[in-house]
Ligand binder design. Structure first.
Ligand SMILES: Nc1ncnc2c1ncn2[C@@H]1O[C@H](COP(=O)(O)OP(=O)(O)OP(=O)(O)O)[C@@H](O)[C@H]1O
Ligand SMILES: [Mg+2]
Length: 360
């Protein structure tokens, strides 16, 4: 961990992030599997090309590039991409997160300690507290912070120059960023779900790094069931490896992958238990919807934000769930996938909502 970061004690989350990386085994594997350079990064051709231009042009002009916002569902490579930005620039990276920046002073300490050209990475930037956010405006625009000295009527604000830096923000909800903050990023990379072919490359790469014998069909089977998400692909690969080692000869084939994923409750389409619980509640308890997100979350015993940020994006992309102004609706594909017969009005958003009150 960087001593500058420790010195100013930027809150527990920074420490959590960094110590979790070194202490927790699974997280450590994740670090091992992180692509380090832009050309090692599989997929996201659009973001990669755009970012390449932003970085190369800044490099040629000898200035730090514009601030970069990376947005998209969990596990698509935002953190990896942030590290790559720093690596490509040959810059040091300071890591913190929105929730860790509760007091503006935490941020001021971090900012005033940056060296020219550093990359400051703020994960979950949509969760930054208001005073810190306002401090960030000035820092991003003018490389300046106003430090308030003293309290009450005698308090004075001293402007402090900070080193020119590049802010990289990551968020799973770009929609909940305030306008002023969003406007101060010169480039926004919208990370998309990966194709099956791209995920095959992700699995192949991870299998090589982790030394897991796997054939083409095994790769394809894992890729197909990874919900378009590299983190899930890597995780499923490790679980299939466990199964292959304990119940088989260690080799991962299509049949081994299928049998293993059955044990781990990952279905044909890659939906996991929570995804199916959401679809199950939506269809069985709420007649297909529309139903509000918080009601749906209570029905499956999860936080609304988890359902919204982790489950929904993929269910929407898979064409099983639709977001309507009146709430979430199960599509015909959802009923079919669960082996249920959709009522004639399934998927219609003009349906009445008495089922909203069925659950407490
Ligand atoms: N393009 C990629 N190629 C290969 N592996 C990838 C790629 N993107 C992500 N991964 C793998 O997926 C894991 C998760 O990626 P990362 O932590 O960057 O996602 P994230 O978008 O920051 O997720 P979160 O929103 O949960 O913070 C990485 O450790 C890495 O192993
Ligand atoms: Mg991340």
């Amino acid at each position: 961990m960087d001593h500058e970061v420790t010195e100013f004690d930027t809150g527990d989350d920074t420490d959590d992030t960094l110590s979790a990386l070194s202490q927790n085994g699974e997280r450590e594997v994740e670090t091992t599997l992180r692509p380090r350079k832009l050309d090692e990064f599989v997929g996201q051709p659009r973001v990669r090309e755009q970012l390449e231009l932003v970085l190369e042009s800044a490099r040629r002009r000898g200035v730090p590039p514009d601030h970069v916002l990376l947005s998209g569902p969990p596990g698509l490579g935002k953190t990896s991409m942030a590290m790559i930005v720093a690596a490509e620039l040959g810059a040091a990276i300071r890591i913190t997160s929105g929730p860790a920046l509760e007091r503006a002073g935490d941020l001021a300490a971090m900012l005033s300690n940056l060296s020219p050209g550093d990359v400051l990475f703020i994960d979950e930037i949509h969760r930054i507290a208001r005073p810190a956010e306002e401090m960030l405006y000035l820092a991003m625009e003018d490389f300046r912070v106003d430090v308030v000295v003293g309290k009450g009527p005698g308090a004075t604000s001293i402007p402090l120059e900070i080193a020119p830096f590049t802010l990289v923000g990551a968020t799973t909800r770009s929609g909940s960023l305030t306008g002023p903050l969003r406007d101060r990023f010169g480039f926004t990379g919208q990370m998309e779900f990966y194709s099956d072919a791209e995920l095959e490359l992700v699995v192949r790469r991870a299998a090589t790094i982790l030394d897991i014998p796997i054939d083409r069909d095994g790769c394809a089977e894992i890729a197909r069931r990874s919900r378009g998400t590299p983190r899930i692909a890597n995780r499923l690969l490790r679980r299939v490896r466990d199964y292959a080692e304990v119940r088989g000869d260690g080799n991962v084939t299509r049949d081994v992958a299928r049998a293993a994923l059955k044990v781990y409750d990952v279905d044909e389409l890659g939906l996991d238990r929570l995804d199916r619980a959401v679809l199950g509640a939506l269809t069985r308890s709420f007649g297909g919807g529309p139903v509000g997100i918080s009601t749906l979350a209570v029905a499956v015993g999860e936080e609304a934000t988890t359902v919204e940020e982790v489950c929904e994006p993929y269910l929407v992309r898979a064409g099983m769930l639709a977001r309507t102004p009146r709430g979430r609706v199960a599509t015909a594909a959802a009923w079919e996938h669960l082996g249920l017969v959709p009522p004639p009005e399934a998927g219609r958003s003009d349906q009445g909502g008495p089922s909203l009150f069925d659950q407490g």
